[in-house]
Design a protein around this ligand. Structure first.
Ligand SMILES: NC(=O)c1ccc[n+]([C@@H]2O[C@H](COP(=O)([O-])OP(=O)(O)OC[C@H]3O[C@@H](n4cnc5c(N)ncnc54)[C@H](O)[C@@H]3O)[C@@H](O)[C@H]2O)c1
Length: 175
């Protein structure tokens, strides 16, 4: 999108870590920003935080709910999709429902009515899981041990090493 400064932008998960920084930057650039976030209680135990700016329109809703998402998506040019259920919890189906189904639902709504949902650009976060957890070793019986700190402890997954190097370069931002 060439003219981000005049864009109407939806940030899903805009009250969260990555989403809230994105919201700040977009407002700084002059965008009209809407947030949809369900204020997941584990992430927001005290409700809506002060860092959610008044200048952004805030919808408390669920990205996996077609009615909530349809309301949030209406009339926006660009979507940053950062709403996510995370943290290695064992309710695996909730991950799929929130993270994968919501993504499918965004596309479903967009193709259903291009006038109502004139989205031109979608940005998704990758997952920190692509970096892997590094090398494990077994020292006798019991649980496997993590390989240790730094590059020596990483190993099998080349992306892990690339990420670590990139993260340690001054001024480099890694998402
Ligand atoms: N933080 C990192 O280091 C990192 C690294 C790589 C990728 N990511 C990815 O970036 C994305 C955002 O991560 P984050 O660190 O900002 O997470 P976060 O938990 O801080 O923010 C996620 C936000 O989504 C909201 N949310 C959860 N379920 C929702 C639902 N059903 N409907 C609406 N909102 C909902 C939460 O309330 C929260 O505000 C995730 O997909 C994550 O996997 C994060």
């Amino acid at each position: 999108m060439s003219h981000i400064t005049s864009a109407r932008v939806l940030v899903t998960g805009g009250a969260g870590f990555i989403g809230s920084h994105t919201v700040d930057l977009l407002l700084e650039k002059g965008c009209k920003v809407r947030i949809i976030d369900n204020l997941q209680p584990r992430v927001h135990p005290r409700g809506k935080s002060l860092w959610v700016p008044e200048e952004a329109e805030f919808i408390q809703g669920d990205v996996a709910n077609p009615l909530d998402l349809s309301r949030a998506l209406r009339g926006v040019d660009c979507v940053f999709h950062f709403a996510a259920y995370q943290d290695y919890l064992p309710d695996f189906s909730t991950f799929i429902h929130t993270n994968a189904e919501s993504t499918a639902l965004i596309f479903e709504l967009i193709v259903s009515d291009r006038k109502r949902y004139p989205v031109q650009k979608l940005v998704f976060a990758s997952s920190q899981v692509v970096c892997g957890e590094g090398r494990y070793s077994f020292r006798g019986a019991g649980e496997p041990q993590r390989g240790g700190e730094g590059e020596k402890g990483l190993g099998v997954n080349p992306w892990a090493i690339l990420s670590l190097r990139a993260a340690s370069e001054p001024g480099r931002r890694v998402m």
